[in-house]
Design a protein around this ligand. Structure first.
Ligand code: NZQ
Ligand code: ZN
Length: 388
């Protein structure tokens, strides 16, 4: 029986030229800090559009937020906020800049060590600065959710938090701002959005017909546009479809009232923290194996996925499930992303370290049934080493 709350206060301004809306979305008297990554927004003219729209407001810039944003860098930004009496944040970038901005927004008010925000997954956050985003990389859905994943460089911990106070006030989604994305980031975006959808859809049936059909629509859209987009990154229609799909994949809509998995993501975060793989690369490796190893508990949804998403109608149940998992892997590979740990020089000798990290972060009962133990995670990792 469905029974849920759904809350999402983020205003979306979608389309070419929407950056100009910053003038009405940011208070006239705001003292603004613009948060940036390593330079792409400057190079492709996005920052210039942002500056123009903000006009003569008081503006400071903070650049250098790295992919997989670090606590160490973000604490420098917190200092800037305090030093210049900043009262509004504008993130211009992908998931890393947006996640980093959420952390800064909450850390400014932290009464203890701000790292505690991660240790308590945000449960103690009661207040955060207002912020908006200008998205340049469709992938994470961070532009319309309240979650963030932050890395502590010193200890190689990559942890997440979320809070009711860390939804963006607004997000500007102008698909032309993503035309400069290289194939690697486009593929990452497609795979991240795909896996977000699967983590919320491919569990067990609870009679959530709309959530299911919606998820299947998102997956089918990604399958349809992914490879074409890599060929034509400056195609407005393709780019806008990825942007909206990625946003809808993790803004709470398809996850409302349904069981959720997230085991693939949690294992992926440890791999990124220890070995530096892109977030989506870890998902492309872990997801197919995860589905295969947990095929019994996911049987009903795997059959639905095979039929409705991949149009597989022939064969025994087990053959259809095999085929759907093979299609998933080959979709990722077609996008140019390798799907085995050994493709990234990770070997059997590295598995123990990853498993120890999972354990120390309390990731010992993952998945929709809380039954993905450390032992099962180890099995998934070992089975993901190379093609058998
Ligand atoms: O740093 P710059 O120079 O801006 O370059 C970035 C970066 O190198 C570049 N880029 C971004 N927009 C561009 C561009 N290059 C050319 N043209 C553009 N328009 O892309 C590179 C990667 O950027 P990043 O923001 O790191 O990628 P993504 O959006 O995939 O974010 C990944 C981060 O989000 C977290 C991940 O763990 C990872 O830390 N996630 C956040 C989630 C959330 N908040 O809900 C959920 C996800 O599952 C994920 O965990
Ligand atoms: Zn993700």
């Amino acid at each position: 029986m469905l029974n849920f709350d759904f809350y999402n206060p983020t205003h979306i301004a979608f389309g070419e030229g929407k950056i100009a809306d910053l003038d009405t979305l940011v208070p006239k008297s705001a003292r603004v800090l613009i948060l940036l990554g390593g330079g792409s927004a400057k190079q492709n003219g996005t920052l210039e559009q942002v500056m123009q729209a903000l006009g003569d407001r008081y503006i400071k810039e903070f650049s250098g937020i790295e992919p997989n944003p670090t606590y160490e860098t973000l604490m420098q930004a917190v200092k800037e906020v305090n030093a210049h009496d900043i009262d509004f944040l504008v993130a211009v970038g992908g998931g890393s800049v947006i996640d980093g901005t959420k952390f800064i927004a909450a850390a400014v008010y932290s009464k203890t060590d701000p790292w505690d925000i991660l240790l308590t997954t945000g449960s103690d956050v009661t207040k955060a600065m207002p912020f908006g985003t200008v998205l340049t990389l469709p992938a994470t859905g961070s532009e319309m959710n309240n979650g963030a994943v932050i890395t502590r460089q010193e200890t190689q911990d990559k942890l997440y938090f979320r809070s009711k106070t860390t939804f963006p006030q607004f997000s500007i989604l102008d698909p032309t701002r993503s035309y400069t994305l290289p194939p690697r980031q486009l593929a990452n975006g497609v795979i991240d959005a795909f896996t977000h959808t699967v983590e919320q859809y491919l569990t067990y049936p609870v009679g959530a017909l709309v959530q299911d059909r919606f998820a299947e629509g998102l997956l089918q859209t990604l399958i349809e546009i992914g490879p074409a987009l890599i060929e034509k990154p400056d195609d407005y229609e393709l780019q806008s479809n990825l942007m909206w799909t990625a946003t809808l994949a993790l803004n709470g809509l398809i996850g409302a009232g349904v069981p959720q998995d997230w085991a693939t993501h949690m294992i992926g975060h440890e791999i990124t923290a220890l070995h530096g793989l892109d977030h989506a690369q870890t998902l492309a490796i872990i997801l197919p194996t995860m589905l295969d190893l947990r095929r019994d508990e996911k049987k009903s949804k795997l059959l639905q996925y095979a039929e409705r998403v991949w149009h597989i109608h022939e064969g025994t149940e087990s053959e259809r499930i095999d085929k759907s998992i093979a299609e998933t892997r080959s979709f990722f590979e077609k996008l140019g992303v390798k799907t085995y740990l050994s493709d990234y020089n990770i070997t059997a000798s590295n598995i123990d370290d990853i498993v120890v990290r999972l354990q120390s972060h309390g990731m010992n009962s993952l998945g929709e049934h809380n039954n993905v133990t450390i032992k099962i995670s180890r099995k998934v990792l070992l089975k993901s080493l190379f093609k058998r």
